[in-house]
Design a protein around this ligand. Structure first.
Ligand SMILES: Nc1ncnc2c1ncn2[C@@H]1O[C@H](COP(=O)(O)OP(=O)(O)O)[C@@H](O)[C@H]1O
Ligand SMILES: [Mg+2]
Length: 464
């Protein structure tokens, strides 16, 4: 008997085509069995799950929508992962074990903002995780269609749900750190409910030591301690949530400047200084300076928005009690009446304000430093010419050179001092070229002083 890899019907040993679905049995390449994302539609897994369509394909595996032969009214999302990249048989065995453990652990989770995991199995050398199919779009496709920034009230309704589910994960035993929070890993249902979709289970299938030592996450959203051997804890998810909220309310792409986000209020004037400060604390590069828990972050954020709204006479948002099992908040926008999200929910795209290029102090230090350096450079040339031409006590050319250099002797150190002050300010740090300009100011100021020493040396040498 020869089993058809597509529909799993039994065929006679020398059959060329499957009597049931017509698949060319001789031509089913081995590569199809190894690579992920190659399962044809109508292929049956475990005599139960019928592949209907591919939903996504990433570096680590693929996700399909599947119908169920036993429960005809249900659709599942099936994540397919391959251990083919792992060459050592021992390591592959360990990966299979870890996969089973993690799948069992995920199946034990139950939260309205997580898809339920209902099954896992291995077939043809690949591992599969079966979970609740979430209708709707990922948050990244949603914001691509609707534009950024999103209104603060809508972002807050999302924040409530994300804080609920992250707190649930962080307080489970053992605590689970999500580690890869970003718009591509969050689904938004037509009812406005968010679900975290991408658990790190796929990282098990990374070859070699990479899975322990390399960053697991996405540049821009992952906290600095996720790179290298730093310990990650709840504060790493606080960081990613801070980045996500910052992006949603400002429209700023965090992948442009990882670990350096401009102040939200500078990008988007409607965001208050209080809210900006809360976001800056959440995305501090030092975990010790961040909020310790998601709950603290959430409280601070809602308090800051309440303050802002009170001061602008607006209606303060309703904060529900922070019970982690509570149903997610009703979205702040009306239910859809047409299309997936409803026409009335369309947000007009407002391009974010540009990031400040530099600061006055940094720019001034740069120009003053360059001018001082040039003037002192000319003075050096003149003095050197005097040293070469003049003899005896009469040295007018050298004197002239020294006079030229006098003002630069004052302005050079001023440029360096201004640069140091500029480098110490937050504004310079958050501007695009501020640090670079201040550094130029400092270096050219220092070169001016160096030139001055050269002049003194030359003058001293002739005196001697
Ligand atoms: N439970 C689910 N329900 C519906 N679609 C899903 C589900 N899980 C994943 N997807 C779809 O599959 C895509 C890839 O899923 P993800 O788990 O993020 O995999 P990857 O490892 O490629 O990042 C998502 O963008 C989403 O469209
Ligand atoms: Mg993903």
């Amino acid at each position: 008997m020869k089993s058809c890899p597509v529909c799993q019907s039994d065929n006679i040993d020398n059959a060329q085509f499957c009597f049931q679905c017509g698949t060319n049995l001789a031509d089913t390449g081995l590569s199809n069995l190894i690579a992920t994302g190659m399962l044809p539609t109508q292929m049956v897994l475990q005599e139960r799950y019928v592949i209907e369509e591919k939903l996504g394909q990433g570096g680590m595996g693929a996700v399909y929508r599947a119908s169920d032969r036993r429960l005809s009214t249900v659709n599942w999302a099936i994540k397919e992962m391959s251990s083919q990249a792992i060459t050592s048989p021992l390591e592959r065995q360990q990966v299979r074990e870890s996969f089973r453990n993690e799948a069992e652990m995920l199946a034990a989770l139950a939260h309205p903002n997580l898809p339920r995991v209902i099954d896992h199995f291995e077939q043809d050398g690949k591992a599969y995780l079966v979970m609740e199919f979430v209708p709707g779009d990922t948050l990244i496709s949603y914001v691509q269609q609707e534009g950024l920034p999103q209104p603060l009230s809508r972002v807050l309704s999302w924040v409530r749900q994300l804080c609920d589910v992250l707190t649930y994960l962080h307080t489970s035993n053992p605590p689970i750190i999500f580690r890869d929070l970003k718009p591509a890993n969050i689904m938004l249902t037509p009812q406005g409910q968010l679900k975290l979709i991408d658990f790190g289970i796929a990282r098990l299938f990374k070859p070699g030591k990479e899975k322990d030592t390399q960053a697991f996450g996405t540049a821009g959203y992952s906290a600095p301690e996720q790179y290298g051997r730093g310990q990650t804890d709840a504060r790493s998810d606080v960081y990613s949530l801070g980045v996500l909220v910052h992006q949603l309310v400002t429209g700023y792409d965090p992948t442009q400047t990882p670990f350096r986000l401009p102040f939200a209020t500078e990008l988007q004037a409607s965001i208050s200084r209080e809210v900006s400060e809360v976001l800056s604390k959440a995305v501090d590069n030092d975990p010790a300076q961040r909020f310790t828990t998601i709950h603290e972050f959430r409280d601070a954020l809602f308090r800051a928005t309440e303050q802002t709204m009170a001061s602008t006479q607006a209606v303060a948002p309703h904060i529900e009690p922070g019970t982690i099992y509570s149903r997610p908040a009703t979205p702040s926008y009306p239910p859809a009446t047409s299309g997936v999200y409803g026409a009335e929910n369309t947000v007009t795209y407002q391009p974010p304000a540009p990031v400040q290029q530099t600061t006055v102090l940094a720019s001034a230090s740069r120009w003053l430093g360059i001018a001082s350096g040039i003037v002192m450079g000319i003075a050096v040339v003149v003095v050197l010419a005097g040293v070469l031409i003049e003899t005896g006590d009469d040295t007018p050319i050298q004197g002239f050179g020294i006079i030229i250099g006098m003002p630069a002797l004052v302005t050079g150190p001023i440029a360096s001092t201004m640069a140091v002050i500029a480098l110490a300010t937050q504004q310079t740090a958050h501007s695009k070229f501020g640090r670079r300009h201040a550094l130029i100011g400092f270096v050219t100021g220092a070169i001016t002083i160096l030139f001055c020493c050269v002049i003194l040396f030359l003058a001293g040498a002739t005196d001697a």
